[in-house]
Design a protein around this ligand. Structure first.
Ligand code: ADP
Ligand code: MG
Ligand code: ZN
Length: 595
């Protein structure tokens, strides 16, 4: 660096009144000169040519890899709990919560209207758990079914001073969902705090996205009575899940002695997919959720398991006069955890609202709960507005900034979408509408099936085995199918080549699910290969004919239907393993030989 023209070093030393030795003077002077020279360079830099950096900080600093690490001070965390039962925190019962409707209605002044004039308007909010290994803002595991509170750490239990770090894989998954739902992916999105108090929310705020979600707009196509209908999406945003309350002594909060809190679910990444109010019936709502589930499972970003709560749906429902464009007052229904529940709850709620209207009652904006036992929606609370949550950008997290390349990298690797897949099954494999739909709505089955086809090129036959023999063991998902696609392909080839009989094949599959052994191992261990060797079969037949002299005589005297009896005996002797064609041939010739 050259000497700086503005720096009068001697004067500066005098002004600062400090004593410096020679070496210190040199260092100090050089540092000052460098500093001033750099400011000059920066001041004169041509700003027009500068491009804005896409990241204020390096990706590596802002994001965490999706790796599970166990926090090793769990006991200490649990020790802070006021009340504990096993590994659950206990929350005392809450008073004053009843399922009663708000007051009896006076029907005397009711104006009767024709409720058939009304149509339903529905918007759905679906929460999907992302299939990451670790949580959204900490490295705790997301594994389901672990001991309560064992997947926890200071971050997800809301300990003061702990800080969130974003899981990059969750972001990638949200991008994939957005691209598959035809959304606009926003380069800039913001995590906000949604503030409310509930025992399952230890920070008393949920980190969510509010004004700037990661995806906006978009649509999903569903098929209704053979016609395609577009359901527009309003947004897809990322957020963290809350904990799980287990109510002691009752199935729900009402009537329970106390509630136990399990924070294992707290902080698991979710995406919330919000539609425009484009849905007009319970059936359409169900079809939409089926399609959305199929897309998310195809993408491998959600396991779609509704019973385990990986996919949860809230329905916003209002009614309005047909032809009307203004929306009516909506109610929001929560707690529907099956396709059947979604359909029934929405149907019930539409009827309830029409009835209210018919008798001239006002519909209040409220949150209602689907009660499985009574098959009714019941009042939960009057509906809060979004301003009640006091949303504000989370000061612990920077805005999420994406790049075009980042988004593009996923656009290239998106899997086949469900509707296209269904078409393929009908056109390429000639499957029926119902069969194709089954594969469409269960992409994990379709993936498995297509994998088998790589080793066994007869789709029809493969599907028959899949539907009739395999599927009954996979009711709770593909993970229960322990037979690898390669093994199944090879096995079906063996049946086609007469190495084992179809009947024994069915037995082998049953046995495989029962014993968790491989198909080959069972065939070997139980010696189930077909007997296709002439001389072995001949020996057995001679033995049978000798043992049944009377029957042979009757056969020879014209009772030819005894042929089946002899075949049966051979099959019994060989435990069903003799090749039937060969048995028929050899038996016929042996019987013919007898005089
Ligand atoms: P909130 O703030 O109450 O969650 P939003 O405006 O975010 O309400 O909408 C939530 C969902 O409810 C969306 O799917 C939206 O399409 C739907 N929705 C909004 N208003 C109505 C209405 N009047 N009738 C039916 N659905 C509605
Ligand atoms: Mg809502
Ligand atoms: Zn954690």
């Amino acid at each position: 660096m050259k000497k700086n023209k503005y720096l009068d070093f001697e004067n500066l030393i005098k002004l600062s009144a400090i004593t410096l030795d020679d070496d210190e003077r040199k260092i100090f002077q050089k540092e000052l000169e460098d500093f001033l020279n750099y400011s000059e360079i920066i001041n004169n830099f041509p700003v027009e040519n500068l491009k804005a950096a896409s990241h204020a900080v390096e990706k590596e600093v802002y994001f965490r890899d999706d790796i599970v690490k166990k926090w090793d001070n769990l006991d200490k965390l649990l020790n802070n709990a006021p009340l504990i039962e096993d590994t659950s925190f206990i929350v005392p019962p809450q008073k004053g919560r009843t399922a009663d409707e708000n007051g009896a209605h006076d029907m005397s002044n009711a104006k009767i209207i024709d409720h058939e004039e009304y149509e339903a308007v529905i918007g759905l909010e679906v929460h999907a758990q992302l299939k990451t290994k670790s949580k959204l803002f900490c490295s705790c595991s997301t594994e389901f079914g672990k001991k309560p509170n064992s997947n926890t750490c200071p971050v997800c239990t809301g300990q003061p001073g702990s800080l969130p770090v974003l899981n990059m894989e969750a972001v990638n998954m949200a991008i994939k969902a957005g691209l598959s739902a035809n959304c606009q992916i926003n380069m800039h999105s913001v995590f906000a705090r949604k503030n409310y108090f509930y025992p399952d929310l230890p920070k008393a705020y949920q980190i969510s996205q509010f004004e700037e979600p990661i995806c906006s707009k978009g649509y999903i196509e569903i098929e209704i009575d053979g016609k395609i209908k577009k359901i527009r999406l309003n947004r897809i945003h990322m957020e963290e899940d809350a904990g799980k309350l287990v109510h002691i002594g009752a199935p729900g909060i009402w009537g329970s002695k106390a509630s136990a809190v399990d924070f294992n679910r707290t902080g698991i990444p979710l995406i919330e997919i919000v539609t425009e109010p484009d849905i007009n019936s319970a059936k359409e709502a169900k079809e939409y959720v089926i399609m959305l589930r199929a897309i998310l499972v195809s993408l491998g970003i959600c396991d779609g398991n509704m019973e385990e709560g990986s996919l949860r749906c809230d329905a916003n429902i209002s009614i309005r006069k047909k032809g009307e464009t203004i929306l009516g007052t909506k109610t929001e229904i929560k707690n529907m955890n099956s396709f059947k529940a979604i359909e029934r709850a929405i149907d019930f709620e539409i009827k309830r609202q029409k009835k209210m209207k018919k008798f001239g009652f006002e519909i209040f904006q409220e949150t209602r709960l689907w009660d499985e036992s009574s098959q009714k929606t019941i009042l939960m609370r009057s509906k809060e507005e979004s301003h009640d949550y006091r949303y504000f950008p989370d000061p612990d997290l920077l805005p999420l900034v994406l790049t075009k390349d980042w988004i593009e990298s996923y656009n290239k690797v998106l899997p086949e979408l469900p509707l296209k897949r269904k078409k393929k099954y009908i056109e390429k494999y000639q499957f029926s509408e119902d069969e194709a739909k089954l594969f469409m709505t269960n992409p994990d089955y379709a993936d498995y099936f297509e994998e088998v086809l790589k080793f066994y090129d007869k789709p029809r036959n493969c599907a028959n085995w899949f539907f009739n023999e395999i599927l009954c063991y996979a009711s709770s998902g593909i993970k229960n199918i322990i037979i690898t696609p390669y093994d199944l392909g090879q096995f079906l080839l063996k049946i086609d080549n007469d190495e084992i009989s179809g009947k024994i094949g069915k037995y082998v599959i049953e046995k495989a699910f029962e014993s968790k052994k491989s198909l080959n191992q069972i065939i070997e261990e139980e010696n189930l290969k077909q007997i296709t060797d002439n001389s072995t079969i001949e020996k057995i037949i001679i033995k049978i004919l000798e043992k049944n002299k009377n029957e042979v005589e009757s056969y020879k005297n014209g009772k030819t239907n005894l042929f089946a009896f002899f075949v049966g005996q051979v099959m019994k002797e060989t435990k069903g393993k003799a090749n039937p064609k060969l048995v028929n041939k050899v038996l016929k010739s042996k019987l013919d030989e007898i005089q």
